[in-house]
Design a protein around this ligand. Structure first.
Ligand code: MSP
Length: 646
C-alpha cells in the first residue's frame, strides 16, 4: 500500500459505564506511540479517541445511580478525558457520541442508506445479549443459552428492526482482504475474519425499539439507531465527513484502527461494509492488540482486580508505565499484568541500562572536557562497530515500528544502549583520560553522545519526557519528538558546539525492592485485598460445619480478668440466656468499644477455664495473617438476639 504522508489513527471509543482501566490505557498509549512515531517520520497525524455514550448499558447504569443517561455520560466522559494528559497522550480530537456533530452525521448516513435501499425494515427474532447489545446467532450460542462473548444468559427477543445489507457486500469485502493482506493484523486475526466472512454474512440489525437512549431513526422515532452502527461512524464524523471535505481527502482511508480482539468483528466486517455502501474505501488497517489479565483473571470491578492507570502513573510516572506496557508483551499477544514485573523492568532497563549510560557519559564529558562534546579526529574499529550497531538497530526499529511491533522496536533501542554500556567498559575512558590519550577519548565520548542521541529518538514516542531529558542532557536543543528521522543519522547532522548538562534529578531512581514490597502490601491491605491468606485448613463436609452452633449475641458487660494481660471477661446476652465468655481481645478493643456490640458466638463449645474464669462459648473475629488488628463479626441488619447463624 502506498505510504502517503497523512496518517489517521484511532482508539475505540470507550463505554462510559465504567471507569478507565489499564485496558483502555493500553490501547490509547499504543495509539499515542504510533502517532508520535509517525510525526517523526514526517507524517501529518490525526489522532482520535473518545467515548461511546449511547445504548442500554449506559441507560441502565445511569438508572441504577439515580441519574439521567446524559448526566451520567457527562460525568463519566470526564474520567476518560482526564486520563489523557496523565498518560501524556497527544490526541488531536476527542469525540463523544452524544455531540451534535456526530448525531447529525449518523442520521444523515442512516437516511442515505435507507434511500439507496441498503437499509430496510423487517422483524428480528432471536437470542439477545443485553450487556453486549447484540443478537447471537444460533450457531454461536454458548452452553445453557449464554452469550459466547461474556457468558451471561441470553434473552429471547422479537422486535421490528431496520437491517443493513451486510450480506450484499460480502464478496467485495473478501476481495478487499484478499488483495490487502495487511489490512487486518496480526495474521491470526486476519485469518479469523476471513473464515468468518466465508461462513456467510447475515444482514445486520441496526435499530432498536426496546430502548430509548440513542440517536432516533430519522422519520421513525419509535426506533433508535443501534449503538454499534452509531459508534463506528465516529471515525467518519471526526474526519470531517459531510463537514470538512479537505480533512476527508487528507486522511481517508489512511485510517488505522487500534483495539483488542473483543471488537474486531464489528471493525472488520460491519464497518467496512458500511463504508463500501457509502462509496468509501475501507480502513487501511485494523490492528488487534492483546488482552491484559490480572494474575490470570479477566479484570472486573466485581473481582476488585482492576488496574487503575491513574494510580500506576502516580506511583511510577507516565513514562515508566508506558514503557512497561509496550515492552513487556508483544503488542498482538495477551499479557498478565504484574506490578512487580514493572518494578523489575524499571530497575533493570530504565535505572540501570539507560540511566547509567546517560549519567556515566555526561559525568565523563564534564570531568574530562568541561562539558563540551568533543569532535573526533579519527575513528578506531571499535567506534565504527558501535556506529554499525546503531545504524542497523535504527533500521530494524523503523521497520518494527511500522508493523506495530513495539516490543521489538524497543529491543532494537536497547541493543544500542547495551552496546554503548559495553563500549564504555571496553574502551575504559577513565584510563584514556588518565593516560592522556586525547584523540581516543574524544572519539569515545563523541560516540557515546551519538548513541544516546539515537536512543533518545527511538524511545521518544514511548517515553516522551525521558526522550526529551536525554536529548537535552547530551546538549541538544528542542525536543526529539519534533524532529524528523530522515534528518538524523549517526554523526549527522554534525553538531556545532554542544554542552552537556547534568540535572539534579536522576532519570529513574532505583526502586528498593524490599521497601516497595512492604509499601505494596500496605496499599493492598488498605484496598481490602487479601495479601496472605495464611495456612488453609483441610476441607470439611457440611455435616462437620453444621455441628457448630452459631448465634447472635450482645455484649452487656466487660470486665478485666485479674493478672491476665490480654483477656476480657464478657457477659453476653443471647436473648434466651446470658453467658460468660472469656476472650483474648484486650489488645484490640477498649471496654467502651465492646459494650453494647452485637457479635456472633459459638454457643456449643465445651466450657474451658482461663486464668481461673470459666468461658462458656467463643466470639468470632477476623484477622489477617501476619497483620495486627482484629474485626468483630457482627450482623449487618438489626436482628433479634439468639438468632441462629447458618
Ligand atoms: N464502545 C465499544 C467500542 C466502540 S468503537 C466504535 C467498546 N468499548 S469498551 O470500553 O468496552 O472498550 C473496549 C476496548 O478497550 C478493547 O477493544 C481494548 O481496546 C480496550 N480494552 C478494554 N479492556 C482491555 C484489556 N483487559 N486488555 C486490553 N485491552 C482492553 O467496546
Amino acid at each position: 500500500m502506498a505510504d502517503t504522508k497523512n496518517f489517521y489513527i484511532t482508539t475505540p471509543i470507550y463505554y462510559v459505564n465504567d471507569v478507565p482501566h489499564i485496558g483502555h490505557a493500553y490501547t490509547t498509549i499504543g495509539a499515542d506511540v504510533m502517532a508520535r512515531y509517525k510525526r517523526m517520520t514526517g507524517h501529518e497525524v490525526h489522532f482520535l479517541t473518545g467515548t461511546d455514550e449511547h445504548g442500554q448499558k449506559i441507560y441502565e447504569s445511569a438508572a441504577a445511580k439515580g441519574m439521567t443517561a446524559q448526566e451520567l455520560t457527562d460525568v463519566m466522559a470526564e474520567n476518560f478525558k482526564k486520563l489523557l494528559p496523565v498518560l501524556n497522550i497527544s490526541n488531536t480530537d476527542f469525540i463523544r457520541t452524544t455531540e451534535k456533530r456526530h448525531e447529525k452525521v449518523v442520521q444523515s448516513i442512516f437516511s442515505k442508506l435507507v434511500e439507496q435501499g441498503d437499509i430496510y425494515k423487517d422483524t428480528y427474532k432471536g437470542l439477545y445479549c443485553v450487556p453486549c447489545e447484540t443478537y447471537v446467532p444460533e450457531s454461536s450460542v454458548g452452553q445453557g443459552s449464554t452469550c459466547p462473548d461474556c457468558g451471561r444468559p441470553l434473552v429471547e427477543m422479537e422486535e421490528e428492526s431496520y437491517f443493513f445489507r451486510t450480506s450484499k457486500y460480502a464478496d467485495q469485502l473478501l476481495d478487499y482482504y484478499e488483495s490487502n493482506l495487511k489490512a487486518i493484523m496480526p495474521k491470526s486475526r486476519y485469518n479469523e475474519i476471513i473464515s468468518f466472512i466465508k461462513s456467510g454474512l447475515r444482514d445486520q440489525s441496526v435499530s432498536r425499539t426496546s430502548i430509548s437512549w440513542g440517536i432516533p431513526v430519522p422519520g421513525d422515532e419509535r426506533h433508535v439507531i443501534y449503538v454499534w452502527f452509531d459508534a463506528l461512524i465516529n471515525y467518519l464524523t471526526a474526519c470531517g465527513y459531510e463537514s470538512d471535505q479537505s480533512q476527508m481527502d487528507k486522511y481517508w482511508p489512511q485510517v488505522h484502527h487500534l483495539m483488542a480482539k473483543d471488537i474486531i468483528r464489528f471493525h472488520c466486517v460491519i464497518w467496512p461494509t458500511m463504508l463500501m455502501a457509502l462509496g468509501l474505501n475501507p480502513p487501511v488497517r485494523v490492528f488487534s492488540h492483546g488482552w491484559w489479565t490480572m494474575e490470570g483473571e479477566k479484570m472486573s470491578k466485581s473481582k476488585g482486580n482492576v488496574v487503575d492507570p491513574f494510580e500506576m502513573v502516580n506511583l511510577y510516572g507516565a513514562d515508566a508505565f508506558r514503557y512497561f506496557l509496550l515492552r513487556q508483551v508483544p503488542f498482538g499477544t495477551d499479557g498478565d499484568f504484574s506490578e512487580s514485573a514493572m518494578v523489575q523492568r524499571i530497575n533493570s532497563d530504565l535505572a540501570n541500562d539507560l540511566g547509567n549510560l546517560l549519567s556515566r557519559t555526561v559525568s565523563m564529558i564534564i570531568k574530562y572536557r568541561e562539558g563540551v562534546v568533543p569532535t573526533p579526529p579519527s575513528l578506531a574499529s571499535i567506534d565504527l562497530e558501535l556506529s554499525e550497531v546503531a545504524r542497523t538497530s535504527c533500521e530494524l526499529y523503523l521497520e518494527k515500528m511500522d508493523d506495530f511491533a513495539f516490543d521489538e522496536a524497543l529491543k532494537a533501542a536497547w541493543t544500542v544502549i547495551s552496546r554503548a554500556n559495553k563500549y564504555i567498559d571496553e574502551t575504559m575512558p577513565w584510563k584514556l583520560g588518565n593516560e592522556g590519550e586525547k584523540d581516543r577519548l574524544d572519539a569515545v565520548l563523541w560516540g557515546l553522545v551519538e548513541a544516546l542521541k539515537l536512543a533518545s529518538m527511538m524511545i521518544s514516542p514511548f517515553m516522551p519526557d525521558t526522550g526529551h531529558a536525554v536529548w537535552s542532557q547530551i546538549g541538544f536543543c528542542g525536543d526529539p519528538a519534533n524532529l524528523k528521522w530522515e534528518h538524523y543519522k549517526w554523526g549527522e547532522p554534525t553538531a556545532g558546539i554542544m554542552k552537556v548538562h547534568r540535572t539534579k534529578e536522576v532519570l529513574f531512581p532505583r526502586i528498593d525492592i524490599e521497601l516497595w514490597a512492604e509499601e505494596k502490601k500496605a496499599r493492598d491491605l488498605s484496598k481490602g485485598k487479601v495479601v496472605d491468606p495464611g495456612e488453609h485448613e483441610p476441607q470439611i463436609g457440611i455435616e462437620d460445619f453444621s455441628k457448630i452452633e452459631l448465634r447472635v449475641g450482645q455484649i452487656v458487660k466487660v470486665e478485666e480478668v485479674p493478672r491476665a494481660k490480654r483477656l476480657y471477661k464478657l457477659e453476653v446476652d443471647l436473648g434466651y440466656e446470658r453467658r460468660t465468655i472469656v476472650s483474648s481481645i484486650k489488645a484490640d478493643f477498649t471496654q467502651e468499644e465492646l459494650l453494647g456490640h452485637k457479635i456472633v458466638v459459638v454457643v456449643n463449645l465445651k466450657p474451658v477455664k482461663m486464668c481461673g474464669v470459666q468461658s462458656d462459648g467463643m466470639l468470632l473475629a477476623a484477622s489477617m495473617s501476619g497483620h495486627e488488628g482484629l474485626s468483630l463479626l457482627a450482623p449487618v441488619e438489626d436482628i433479634p438476639l439468639g438468632s441462629r447463624v447458618h
